[in-house]
Design a protein. Structure first.
Length: 269
């Protein structure tokens, strides 16, 4: 099984300092995706490692909620446990909540997730492991906190993944539009496009920049158009792939005239 290694050190301070040494805490899974039936209980472990060769670390584990926020480029807002509309905090139990790791030591953190029978859609949170190391030597008023977190994406088998494209237009050297999440889970699609001429030959293809979109939200996207594109009639095909064989496709016809202007002629429903 391929392991996704996440190392995330967050240093909080009340003043500046030039250099700080801290132990590296490593999680074998930085993103945990769980697809469960309503009423199902999930039990598993999350290995935590102390990568320091010299220092013992004292850690505490705690849960927080998170949301992806504008411009939906992966930026997250962390909030206290249970405050998010789609919080999974009341479903999750984990232990131990306080423990020590010797240098090069490891520990498996047990967690269980009890999905309610009436749950539908996606529920989310992050399990943080934090080490408070007190004041930095010689720095009065400076505290250091190192923490790593595993993001939990808990989605029911009855969840809905769907969306639509709105507000298509051409401006400067690209098409732009808004992708609206009409489902009940966070969507992080792998999005691609191709531009096909009226002879059925693909002139250009590429990827659309990834976005991270909560249910009910909309993210702007862009499809570049090369200045070298010859004049003529084209069809653009955009595919937003949600995984598990689920996707949304948007097609539209456009024309480039000999003077270089581009206009959308028809948007296929």
């Amino acid at each position: 099984m391929r392991k996704n290694i996440l190392i995330l050190a967050i240093i909080l301070s009340l003043g500046g300092f030039s250099s700080v040494a801290y132990a590296q805490i490593m999680l074998e899974e930085g993103k945990i995706i769980i697809r469960a039936n309503p009423g199902e209980t999930i039990v598993n472990v999350l290995p935590v490692h102390n990568m320091s060769t010299t220092n013992t670390v004292n850690l505490r584990a705690y849960w927080e909620d998170f949301n992806y926020v504008e411009p939906f480029d992966g930026t997250k807002d962390f909030t206290p446990s249970g405050t998010s509309e789609r919080s999974a905090s009341r479903w999750v139990n984990f232990s131990p909540q306080q423990f020590s790791l010797e240098a090069k030591g490891s520990k498996k953190i047990s967690y269980s997730i009890q999905v309610p029978t009436d749950a539908k859609g996606g529920y989310y949170g992050v399990l943080f492991f934090e080490e408070g190391t007190g004041q930095a030597e010689g720095q009065v008023g400076v505290s250091i906190v190192t923490r790593v977190g595993a993001l939990f994406f808990i989605e029911t088998t009855t969840s809905s993944r769907k969306g639509k494209v709105e507000n298509l237009k051409f401006e400067e050297n690209h098409f732009s539009g808004d992708f609206v999440n009409l489902g009940d889970v966070i969507l992080i699609p792998d999005s691609t496009y191709y531009l096909m001429n009226d002879e059925g030959i693909v002139a250009y293809r590429g990827e659309i920049k990834k976005f991270y979109l909560a249910a009910g939200k909309a993210a702007n996207f862009q499809v570049p158009v090369s200045k070298e594109l010859a004049s003529g009639k084209y069809t653009a095909v955009l595919t937003f792939d949600f995984g598990n064989g689920e996707n949304e496709t948007q097609e539209f016809d456009f024309r480039k005239t000999s003077d270089g202007s581009i206009s959308i002629e028809k948007v296929v429903p």
